[in-house]
Design a protein around this ligand. Sequence first.
Ligand SMILES: N[C@@H](CCC(=O)N[C@@H](CS)C(=O)NCC(=O)O)C(=O)O
Length: 214
Amino acid sequence: MHKLILWGRNTSVNVQKVIWTLAELGLDYERKDVGGDFGGLDSPDFAAMNPNRLIPVLQDGDLSVWESSAIVRYLAAQYGAGTLWPELPRQRAQCDQWADWYNTTFQPTWLGVYLALVLTPPSRRDMEAIRRGNEAVNKGFALLDGALAGRDFLCGKGLTYADILCGAVLYRWSRLDVERIDMPNVDAWHARLRTRPAFVTGIEIDFSAMMARD
Ligand SMILES: N[C@@H](CCC(=O)N[C@@H](CS)C(=O)NCC(=O)O)C(=O)O
């Protein structure tokens, strides 16, 4: 069987979603460090795989896929039918609802706060904008907390691609100095995810070197 190749540095949360998925599925793959200080996104070869010139990119034989959600869904559908990829369209609709909400609403919200905090030196931070952004993030966490009441995972009893797409932020967010709401169901979900070796190896990657300093 040909080897899967994942392009992207492991400090990118979008790459981490794919690393976590590959590990959950027990797939053998090679990861190539590109992006950030590694560079490599401007080469013609990379553009041929991803004309949008961002990471992650997955190669599976002659197939190249970019956009982390598309990659996670592809891997789940191709290699995780019945587990990460629920069989029934009505179950997948629930997963897609969370996946699309995460992509269109939640990630842009938390990423704004993250970039304003982590990639901005302390003396140049706009703390009022950070506070307002964090309020919106907490509304997202409140939504997740309500959805997780009485269930182990977002779409039922087992881990699906919805948990991977929405849960990849949890480690990063837990390391930031921000005001949090009380969210016992999200905390329990996070604790549950932390029992999975694939989560720990894929997601809990120190990013302190990326923090901007004065
Ligand atoms: N929506 C895209 C976003 C991809 C993206 O913004 N990737 C960032 C890393 S998280 C990137 O390639 N940045 C340039 C770099 O790392 O050099 C996805 O989910 O894959």
